[in-house]
Write a protein that binds this ligand. Structure first.
Ligand SMILES: Nc1nc2c(ncn2[C@@H]2O[C@H](COP(=O)(O)OP(=O)(O)OP(=O)(O)O)[C@@H](O)[C@H]2O)c(=O)[nH]1
Ligand SMILES: [Mg+2]
Length: 470
């Protein structure tokens, strides 16, 4: 267990370790009003002060801002800046930190960074500031991961969910679970100490109740993962149907842009096109596809293959049927086939071109909605329907906590398995030492979520998702 790092209690400031100072540009590359260079680590203020002409930064208090000039080794001015000081432990990383706000040009920002690095400060790796914040107990691991989610969030709901995690709500749940297991383990292990006397400290019925309750709670949290995944990554929505059904037109109407080529020629779309679209805070990735038909054309045939692949990977399938043409027997069969193939994936059947629809009542076609993209008819209803169907049977309530990370899901699944196996051991009347092994494993699984138990590999893979400077 050499590579096991134990993080401290997030509220405990006494365990700050100041590592070698690192620096990076914390703002995006490009031209802007200002850019910020963050410097964090042991003696960061003293180091920056060497290149700072203005107030003596060493003398200044924490959380104060000072105007001055960054000068290079020759004493030439590189830029006029503002330096914001944070003394340990009252900073993002918990370490002594200086944030240098300079002018926002690409070259000038780079020049200021180079000057700082020339003082013997190391360039920061991706996510290294947040990693230090975690290692210093400023946040738990699930909160650190939420910082990355926050930065990458592409819809209001994803942002919400990242905020909740950042507030530590997932961590709170996990700590409650762990406490329950710790209590159970303590009961069981106390019994082990007195094995000769043959006493049962752990009331087995009570223990069973506790574990069953725990299993249920873990299940509830696990059930939110599907929704969490949709919220975080978006609902992959595929438009399928015969050539000329109006798939590309609908996509353009929804996103309000001419993203896909539309012509009256059947077989216009050759390749799948993905477009990001957000509705009421929920992100959708809309996929326009090549119309489905048997074709000799090699390019079109490849397109049809891709349409089918997009269908298989979708979270929501929207089949479009042109109402201005009578459905053929083959088409009816096709629709039924797709509906069946969709399985658990929500499937909607939409009639298109309602404005020029044939006047025919066809009982056999069970449309969810009839629309006209050209006349903007029932488009608002379609949007609502898409959201509703995408989230049906999903635990979705704006305020509820969602598990969005596959790493967290895996850990929860493992913990559930161990709790189940403890329950089995109980049923089989196994002795406390067997129970204790399962309970301790479950404890360890849960600990990897908050970072109470972790190892270098997990940390590296988590923090490599961050940008440099965060
Ligand atoms: N009247 C009317 N015409 C429409 C409507 N939607 C699409 N069209 C027309 O139908 C034709 C085909 O539309 P597309 O959006 O290219 O159809 P598609 O399903 O993408 O076709 P492929 O790419 O060939 O598979 C175009 O001439 C559109 O202008 C509608 O709501 N009403
Ligand atoms: Mg098209």
């Amino acid at each position: 267990m050499n590579n096991t790092t134990t993080a401290s209690d997030p509220t405990d400031d006494a365990t700050i370790t100041e590592r070698k100072p690192i620096a990076a540009i914390a703002t995006p590359v490009g031209e802007g009003g200002i850019a910020v260079i963050r410097v964090s680590g042991k003696n960061a203020i003293e180091k920056v002060n060497e290149a700072f002409r203005g107030a003596d930064l060493i003398e200044k208090e924490s959380h104060t801002v000072h105007f001055g000039k960054i000068t290079d080794a020759q004493g030439d001015v590189v830029d006029e800046v503002l330096a914001t000081l944070f003394h340990a432990p009252r900073s993002y990383t918990g370490e002594e930190t200086v944030e240098i706000s300079c002018h926002g040009g690409v070259l000038v920002t780079q020049a200021v960074l180079e000057t700082i690095l020339a003082l013997g400060i190391q360039p920061a790796e991706a996510g290294e500031f947040t990693q230090r914040a975690f290692l210093n107990g400023k946040m738990e691991l699930s909160q650190a991961e939420a910082v990355a989610d926050l930065i990458h969030a592409k819809s209001a709901k994803a942002l919400d969910s990242a905020h909740q995690q950042l507030e530590g709500r997932l961590g709170e749940h996990i700590r409650e679970f762990r406490q329950q297991i710790i209590d159970a383990t303590a009961m069981v292990e106390l019994e082990l100490d007195f094995v000769e006397e043959d006493v049962e400290f752990a009331n087995r019925e009570q223990l069973r109740e506790l574990l069953a309750e725990l299993e249920e709670e873990i299940d509830k949290l696990l059930a939110t993962y599907e929704t969490g995944r949709l919220v975080k990554h978006g609902v992959r929505t595929v438009f399928i149907g015969l050539p000329n059904a109006g798939k590309s037109t609908l996509l353009n109407t929804l996103v309000g842009k001419d993203r896909a080529i539309v012509t009256e020629i059947a077989g216009t779309t050759r390749d799948t096109i993905d477009v990001d679209w957000s509705y009421e805070g929920l992100r959708f990735i809309l996929t326009d596809t090549a119309g489905l038909r048997e074709t000799e054309d090699v390019v079109e045939a490849e397109g049809v293959k891709r349409s089918q692949k997009a269908f298989r990977e979708a979270d929501l399938a929207v089949y479009l049927k042109d109402l201005s043409r009578e459905p053929t027997a083959a088409e009816r069969k096709d629709i039924a086939r797709f509906q069946k193939a969709a399985g658990d994936t929500p499937f909607v059947l939409i009639g298109t071109k309602k404005d020029i629809a044939l006047d025919l009542e066809d009982e056999r076609m069970d449309y969810d909605l009839k629309i006209s993209a050209l006349e903007d008819e029932k488009i608002a209803e379609l949007k609502k329907l898409m959201k509703q169907r995408a989230l049906e049977n999903k635990h979705y309530d704006a305020s509820s906590l969602l598990v969005t990370s596959s790493r967290h899901r895996d850990a929860l699944q493992k913990a559930r398995q161990n709790v189940q196996s403890a329950l089995q051991a109980l049923d089989q009347g196994m002795t406390g030492d067997f129970l204790s092994i399962d309970l301790r494993s479950a404890l360890k699984d849960l600990g990897t979520i908050t970072g109470e138990i972790t190892n270098e590999d997990i940390l590296d893979s988590i923090f490599s998702r961050f940008c440099i400077g965060k």
